[in-house]
Design a protein around this ligand. Structure first.
Ligand code: ZN
Length: 474
């Protein structure tokens, strides 16, 4: 649908999808399931069976408690709000989007009230967060985000006062054909097979890159800009991280609830680990840079490793989240988290959003938002009714820091091995600790099991300080 669908088929495809979603909702809420779950639970043996039944019960309760009318209203409002958001963004005018966003927030308050009862969440916003990061709460996030914000702001200040890297070297023209070959080479290097006769993956093109599928059929997309080749390089590394997770889950759990992703945050920890911790490290490029230079020759013949490392690790506070660097990115997320929390505890009204947004961008990132399009209208999430999703982006970064710290203790030479192109050590570590566990635990329990501690931003901050201290010389 996203890569090859001819434009005219959108109407027909939408009707097919609507039918499928009604059919699957009917199947998932069949009273027979409710009747079967109870006796099944009483005879369940071992943690896998128990987890499967727990996840089935949770899904069943959430679906059955949701009135069909509300589900339908939400689906319709999502289409209307997304269309209004597009017009508003083009016109750089929030007021076009405002009435539809208000309705969307209202509907999500109803959803949150229902989910609060089902999942025994403390607040409506907690109930929404639970859909993306089970059992996580706004209070717990607040606690780690407060320290993270302080640490990041002081790190950004140090980077800002150091000499700025030269990024013009990344603006050379690399033909799309060569970029496609680079994408394939990097995916293969990370162990995401897109070329062999029995491969379970492929790379296609869309405006916004994403990963879809599970187990034997996991596909990623990217986009190619001739004068910005690193854009596809890092989006491929990111999506490959997602893809490896989906392909690497315990095969005996295929088609079972336990054989699905643990949470959005854990998913994002895998993509950010490959994109940033591996993919923006000097060791990785010591081995891979000569290879991509070879593929792109003569375009990148003058590119040197140290120059490249500084350029792809530039720290520069900006207005747009999806263009943000590894350090400033989390401040964009913290702003959205604070705003969502305010929207759902009644402290912020939709009409105040542009002003609050702009003020927070000045306070957190010291940038001046000139219009709504580069401000409050930049993301599509709220138009789609996705509230509580944003924190998972930063939770992913925080988890990736915790994972980095544990891998470094378990395999002190893992980074040295990257510089000879050997990823086998970390691949087997991630497989055993993250991929294979799939949805056997809630995210907080999984992180504790893997690293020995709960949610903790310190390892991530320490990783950033060490890396940027070396790059920027402080
Ligand atoms: Zn991602």
């Amino acid at each position: 649908m996203e890569t090859y669908m001819p434009p005219r088929s959108i109407g027909m495809k939408s009707e097919q999808l609507a039918l499928l979603s009604v059919m699957s909702h009917k199947m998932r809420t069949d009273p027979e399931i409710g009747k079967l779950l109870k006796p099944a639970k009483s005879v369940a043996k071992g943690i896998v069976e128990q987890r499967n039944l727990y996840l089935m019960q949770k899904g069943y309760d959430e679906s059955t408690k949701m009135p069909e009318k509300l589900v339908e209203q939400l689906a319709k409002q999502q289409a209307i709000a997304t269309s209004a958001w597009k017009s508003a963004k083009a016109a750089k005018n929030f007021s076009i989007f405002k009435p539809e966003l208000e309705k969307m927030v209202e509907l999500n308050r109803e959803v949150a009230d229902i989910l609060m009862k089902v999942n025994k969440a403390k607040t409506p916003y907690d109930a929404l967060i639970d859909s993306f990061e089970p059992k996580m709460t706004a209070d717990a996030i607040d606690l780690v985000f407060a320290d993270l914000r302080k640490d990041l702001m002081s790190l950004i200040e140090r980077c800002q006062s150091a000499k700025k890297p030269d990024t013009s070297i990344l603006r050379v023209t690399v033909p799309t054909g060569a970029q496609k070959d680079i994408s394939t080479m990097l995916a293969q290097a990370l162990g995401y097979d897109v070329t062999s006769p029995n491969s379970g993956g492929r790379i296609d093109e869309t405006e916004h890159p994403f990963t879809t599928g599970m187990y034997d059929d996991v596909r990623i997309t990217t986009h190619y800009h001739q004068d910005n080749f690193t854009d596809s390089v890092f989006s491929v590394l990111h999506e490959t991280g997602h893809a490896l997770y989906e392909q690497g889950m315990n095969p005996t759990w295929k088609f079972q609830p336990v054989g699905t992703a643990c949470s959005y945050g854990i998913h994002e920890s895998q993509s950010r680990f490959m994109e940033n911790i591996v993919g923006r490290s000097k060791e990785f490029w010591t081995y891979q840079l000569p290879k991509i230079k070879d593929i792109a020759s003569p375009s990148l013949d003058d590119l040197e490793l140290d120059q490249f490392m500084r350029a792809v690790n530039i720290v520069n506070p900006s207005k747009i989240r999806i263009e943000a660097d590894e350090v400033t990115y989390n401040l964009h997320v913290i702003i959205r988290f604070q705003i969502e929390k305010g929207l759902f505890n009644g402290k912020i009204n939709v009409s105040e959003l542009p002003q609050i947004w702009n003020e927070m961008y000045e306070e957190y990132l010291d940038v001046k938002i000139e219009n709504d399009s580069e401000g409050v209208l930049q993301d599509t999430h709220w138009a789609s009714g996705l509230f509580g999703y944003f924190p998972s982006y930063s939770l992913g970064n925080i988890y990736s820091g915790q994972i980095f710290s544990k891998i470094s203790r378990d395999q002190p030479d893992w980074k040295a091995k990257l510089s000879v192109g050997d990823l086998s050590g970390i691949k087997s570590w991630l497989s055993q600790n993250v991929y294979m566990n799939a949805n056997l635990y809630d995210p907080a329990d999984l992180i504790k099991k893997i690293t020995g501690t709960g949610l903790n931003a310190k390892p991530f901050v320490n990783y950033l300080r060490a890396k940027y201290g070396e790059l920027y010389g402080f």
